[in-house]
Design a protein around this ligand. Structure first.
Ligand code: IPM
Ligand code: MG
Length: 351
């Protein structure tokens, strides 16, 4: 199993190296090959996604990704910004289906800013379309406007085929879970969303066992904090999915807990925590490595055909939390505050 390891910037380096150490405890044969990406790619070769890094990602069986971004690159032109690395990987590899599960571990119910009864037992899956929408739609840019000043513009677009394939991913996922899909859009305002809703409804006809509903994105943002347990699978576009998945992560106590899988049509995938590079805490060894460790579990399950190992890894994380280990982001009184390395070691021992 060839894994492309792309730690990236900020805390990406610490959490990825700790995750590799944990994976090393499994009785499986991995070939890890590391390459620079993001700001690190820019430093190494003048481009956030160096051609050699892209080539490595293409030939690997799966990609383990840390995080990219640093304020020191804020003044670079947009094509050189670290974020272009992850956007380029998603587009070049056709990783259109982004799975972002949000589950509340009973041990962390107190760590959430929401009341425990609102979130206890929560288990939702956000299926975010990842290679279309206003992220990639052309034209975009900044241009002179007739009024004299400049204007910035981006274009929101979705083709029927793009909507259909992400809808299918959501319906298939719902079949293995609570059999409910809520499609989120802004069909009261946007043409793109009107087409989205029509295509999702047409696709739903092929899944009579799944209950389909629709919700406007503003209402969904509100419902996620009012009563998140009403949801099973949420399917939505790239932009709305970006925002709603950050919101959903806080239901679980910390954005440091949420893993993600980004899959192509053949389940080849890139696995990354949903959080960013957190430059403010980088190098301090206090970042929570669990989102990346749990992303590695998704990698074992979805791309490497190692479901049993994935379950063992997830069980080890649960046991670690049950035993009271907490990084600073999920610390509550009466638990044990540990560093990035100590947290990963605790998982490795339980594994
Ligand atoms: C995410 C991130 C990325 C996105 C950024 C880093 C480009 O926020 O994966 O959610 O907007 O998709
Ligand atoms: Mg995001």
């Amino acid at each position: 199993m060839k894994i492309a390891v792309l730690p990236g910037d900020g805390i990406g380096k610490e959490i990825v190296s700790e995750t590799l150490r944990v994976l090393g405890r499994l009785a499986l044969k991995f070939e890890f090959e590391e390459a620079p990406v993001g700001g690190a790619g820019y430093e190494a070769s003048g481009h956030p996604l160096p051609p050699a890094t892209l080539a490595l990602a293409k030939k690997a069986d799966a990609i383990l990704f840390g995080s990219v971004g640093d304020p020191k690159y804020d003044s670079l032109e947009s094509s050189k910004r670290p974020e272009q690395a992850i956007l380029g990987l998603r587009k070049e590899l056709g990783l259109f289906a982004n799975l972002r599960p949000a589950q509340v571990y009973p041990e962390l119910a107190d760590a959430s800013t929401l009341r425990p009864e609102v979130i206890a037992g929560l288990d939702i899956l956000i299926v975010r379309e990842l290679t279309g929408d206003i992220y990639f739609g052309q034209p975009k840019g900044i241009r002179q406007h007739e009024s004299g000043g400049r204007e910035g513009f981006d274009t929101m677009r979705y083709t029927e085929a793009e909507i259909r394939r992400i809808a299918r991913v959501a319906f298939d996922a719902a079949r293995k879970r609570g059999k409910k899909v809520c499609s989120v859009d802004k069909a009261n305002v946007l043409e793109t969303s009107r087409l989205w809703r029509e295509v999702v409804d047409a696709e739903a006809k092929g899944y009579p066992d799944i209950a389909i509903s629709h919700m406007y994105v503003d209402n969904c943002a509100m419902q996620l904090v009012r009563n998140p347990k009403q949801f099973d699978v949420i399917v939505t576009g790239n932009m709305f999915g970006d925002i709603l998945s950050d919101e959903a992560s806080m239901l679980t106590g910390s954005i440091g807990m949420l893993p993600s899988a980004s899959l192509d049509a053949n389940n080849k995938g890139l696995y990354e925590p949903i959080h960013g590079s957190a430059p403010d805490i980088a190098g301090k060894c206090i970042a929570n490595p669990l989102a990346t460790i749990l992303s590695a579990a998704l990698m074992l399950r979805h791309s490497l055909g190692q479901a049993a190992a994935a379950e063992r890894l997830e069980a080890a994380v649960k046991k670690t939390l049950r035993d009271g280990y907490r990084t600073a982001d999920i610390y509550t009184a009466g638990t044990r505050k540990v560093s990035t390395v100590e947290m990963a070691s605790a998982v490795a021992e339980r594994l």
